[in-house]
Write a protein that binds this ligand. Structure first.
Ligand SMILES: Nc1ncnc2c1ncn2[C@@H]1O[C@H](COP(=O)(O)OP(=O)(O)O)[C@@H](O)[C@H]1O
Ligand SMILES: [Mg+2]
Length: 510
């Protein structure tokens, strides 16, 4: 694979210039990797740049999810972080806080500053290193403060306790009993003073794993300042992906929740309400794409999506009336997303109509293609698709040009067989991708360096749908069904209704 670093390098653009699929350049632009859906791709670009909602309609495996995801990669990275802040006046009404990137970065810097500086224990004053348990008071060997004994002289490091003037155990033990750092709990903090520019200032040394943390006066002040601020929780972080999949989401997943707390947010025992707030998909998609595949299956939840789209804000509340979270509510949590929905043609009438008209009025709808004309250019696009599938799979070798021709022949056959289109190539590419992988697996088993035409023929034989295999074995599909299911089982099977009635009866949707 070559990638398009510069457009001057000559990558082949015709099948006959191609030896194997390795010669094909794969675009950096994920929308350019979408084959044969020119109109949908054009509208996806518009939807991304103009922030419009988008509905993709068509059969499975034609690239709808791929387009939705590629669209999100054309958006700017999110610039806002959403937090929930403890409200001391009314803990059950935490306050939402939105901060932009610059503010988040500045805060991180302040926090880092307030966290002090880390130093090697050997750089700390000797008496500090001893009192924090890094240095053996006997032999001066440095070791981890977790070790109670000096690894060199085997004396307990706690001997140093005697030399700690204000340690209440110092006198008590009088050196008669040695205790380990662990038993004493050690000292994890030592406060001393130092002179700087002629002025005396307080310095705090703290144990921090294998390092020592030093907090000087400004750092200590910063820390005190931070401690005065109300505690908060980030519910939608700034470094998130701008693509959120909400297919088949539950109400809680879609809209967020306040988790239950058995202590009901008791000030000492419980977890404070702000800390139990969880964002929903609509919030996580803020400044990005909210993608819902099989949109009608969301049922009544579609109404909430509509509200969120209109308001660009959606409150987070506890959604389980039995839970202690039910009394908690955060208002006006931002959710400014681009909505991308997908569904097949039959399901179109089951999209909530105001949602449909909202997309229509402020966005685009597109019917994806199932075939494309059999032209030289489109044949090359199939080769490009094959190359993409191979690279994505990572476990199969590249394909020879002759084998690509076989795939193109199959694409032509399928356009005729499934969509009854002559002189066309199928765009039901998920299934065609299955054929590429199956052929690749045959080649791998053979330890072949490349996928050859014979691997594809072999895979075609193996990759037949099970219905076809049944037909071959039992004469007809229905004959196969009756050998498999007794009459009573037929009626009680949970899938019976869907398998046998769904095409002529839409009861299940109402
Ligand atoms: N138009 C296309 N161009 C390139 N690859 C495609 C296309 N359509 C489908 N594919 C391949 O099939 C896979 C599944 O497609 P997907 O986008 O999930 O289809 P849909 O959402 O329409 O069911 C994709 O990840 C991609 O590998
Ligand atoms: Mg899909």
């Amino acid at each position: 694979m070559t990638t398009e670093e510069d457009s001057t390098s000559k990558a082949p653009e015709h099948l006959e210039d191609l030896e194997t699929t390795e010669d094909i350049k794969i675009s950096h632009d994920p929308l350019e990797r979408v084959v044969g859906q020119e109109e949908a791709v054009r509208l996806a670009r518009l939807a991304a740049s103009q922030k419009r909602h988008f509905l993709l309609v068509g059969p499975p495996g034609t690239g709808k999810s791929m387009i939705a995801q590629a669209l999100s990669l054309h958006l700017e990275m999110p610039t806002e972080e959403i937090r929930v802040v403890h409200n001391p006046e009314n803990p059950e009404r935490p306050i939402v806080e939105v901060r932009n990137k610059a503010e988040v970065e500045k805060e991180l810097e302040t926090k880092g500053f307030a966290e002090g500086e880390f130093i090697d224990p050997k750089e700390a004053p000797v008496n500090v290193a001893e009192r924090l348990g890094y240095r053996c008071a006997n032999c001066g060997t440095y070791s981890s403060p977790r070790d109670g004994f000096c690894p060199k002289c085997s004396r307990t490091k706690a001997a140093q306790v005697k030399s700690t003037p204000n340690n209440p155990f110092g006198d008590l033990l009088g050196g008669l009993v040695e205790v380990t750092m662990g038993q004493l709990g050690g000292r994890d903090r030592v406060t001393t003073t130092r002179k700087r520019f002629g002025k005396e200032e307080v310095v705090v040394f703290e144990r921090a794993g294998e390092m020592i943390k030093v907090l000087d006066q400004p750092a200590l002040e910063k820390r005190r300042e931070l401690e005065r601020e109300s505690p908060k929780k980030v519910i939608v972080p700034i470094g998130r992906k701008p693509f959120v999949l909400a297919t088949g989401a539950s109400e809680v997943e879609l809209l967020g929740d306040v988790r239950h707390d058995p202590y009901g947010g008791h000030p000492q025992l419980g977890t404070q309400p702000y800390d139990r707030v969880v964002a929903g998909a609509v919030h996580s998609a803020h400044q990005g794409v909210l993608f819902v595949d099989e949109l009608p299956h969301l049922g009544h939840l579609q109404r909430f999506i509509l509200t969120a789209m209109q308001e660009k804000r959606f409150p987070i509340a506890g959604r389980n009336p039995q839970s202690a979270g039910a009394s908690v509510r955060v208002d006006s949590v931002p959710c400014d997303f681009i909505f991308v929905g997908a569904c097949n043609i039959q399901d179109l009438p089951h999209i909530l109509s105001p949602l449909r008209s909202r997309i229509n009025g402020g966005g685009y709808e597109v019917l994806v293609e199932t075939v494309m004309p059999d032209t030289e250019h489109n044949r090359f696009r199939i080769a490009q698709f094959v190359a993409q599938e191979i690279v994505m799979d990572t476990r199969i070798p590249h394909m020879t040009r002759a084998a690509v021709q076989e795939i193109i022949e199959e694409a032509k056959k399928r356009a005729k067989a499934i969509d009854n289109k002559d002189k066309s190539l199928t765009l039901r590419l998920r299934e065609l991708g299955g054929l590429v992988r199956a052929a690749g697996d045959v080649a791998v088993v053979e330890e072949a360096k490349l996928i050859e035409p014979r691997h594809i023929k072999d895979a075609l034989k193996r990759a037949r749908p099970v219905e076809e295999q049944i037909k071959e074995r039992y004469g007809s599909y229905m004959a196969g069904v009756s050998t498999d299911v007794s009459t009573s089982e037929k009626e009680s099977s949970p899938y019976h209704y869907w398998n046998y009635h769904v095409h002529d009866d839409k009861r299940g949707y109402s």
